[in-house]
Design a protein around this ligand. Structure first.
Ligand code: SAM
Length: 244
């Protein structure tokens, strides 16, 4: 039985590349990755062969399934890595996993860095129950509805964001959730300029946005969480009118 391995890679600090990740990446017959140049450099850094790389990004993940199944079917293992962090977490991986399982192969992982988990654990907000939202929809009704869902969510909420959009997302979250909601915003995790700022949606000070961000938002107080969707939608009508 062959195995599809999901191998986590560093989110910024190469020191986080784990020995078991190196061992698996060295012995599989095929490494599916988002960017062959980037993963090639990582493999080079780890001192292992880089000639078994195949591109698997959001556009090519389906197309890569047959190649993966051919290799697994021949009794050899395959690895999936993303540009950074854990494959399948806002990154390709999910479809390969489903296809490998459907074909009767084993799926396992070398767990490791993920910006979501690191950000929630350093946030100072409740970690006993949290939900991962990935990236917010960029605009329109999808965004408004997602913001309304988040506003009513009782559990801690984890959101990925870019430097271009983080300020607007904090403002939209303040409009949806109320300015007093506690938040922690992390950027450049594990890198030289790593920073996590804490505050409320009104007070949190991001400075000049630079690098990649994770927003960790406190859950709704019981009263807010019990507001009906209609009430939350009404309070967000202004956002839509504003072109959110
Ligand atoms: N698979 C990755 C993981 O496990 O974290 C996430 C990939 S997703 C395409 C990229 C987003 O993750 C970035 O836009 C940012 O929101 C977050 N991210 C990744 N690395 C980060 C870092 N070092 N610091 C803060 N956020 C990061």
């Amino acid at each position: 039985m062959s195995t599809l391995w999901l191998v986590a890679t560093p989110i910024g600090n190469l020191g986080d590349l784990q020995p078991r990740a190196v061992e698996i990446l060295d012995r599989v017959a095929l490494v599916c990755c988002e960017d062959t140049r980037r993963t090639g450099l990582l493999l080079q850094h780890a001192g292992i062969r880089a000639e078994r790389l195949a591109v698997c990004n959001e556009h090519t993940e389906y197309a890569r399934i047959d190649d993966m199944l051919d290799v697994l079917g021949s009794g050899r293992d395959v690895a999936v890595v993303s540009d950074a962090g854990t494959p399948g977490v806002s990154d390709p991986g999910e479809r390969l996993v489903a296809a490998a399982l459907d074909a009767g192969h084993d799926v396992s992982a070398v767990p490791g860095p993920s910006a979501a988990v690191m950000a929630v654990t350093v946030s100072g907000l409740p970690t006993d129950r949290f939900v991962f939202e990935g990236f917010l929809p960029r605009k329109g009704r999808d965004r408004t509805e997602r913001l309304a869902e988040i506003a009513a969510e009782r559990r801690t909420v984890v959101i990925y964001e870019s430097p271009q959009r983080v300020v607007k997302s904090i403002a939209d979250l303040a409009a949806a959730c109320g300015a007093d909601r506690r938040v922690s915003v992390s950027r450049e995790l594990t890198k030289l300029y790593e920073e996590t700022v804490h505050g409320t949606l009104a007070t949190v000070d991001l400075g000049e946005p630079r690098g990649e961000y994770v927003i960790v938002l406190d859950g709704a107080p019981v009263d807010d969480a019990e507001a009906t969707d209609d009430e939350v939608r009404r309070s967000l009508a202004a956002l839509l009118a504003d072109g959110a």
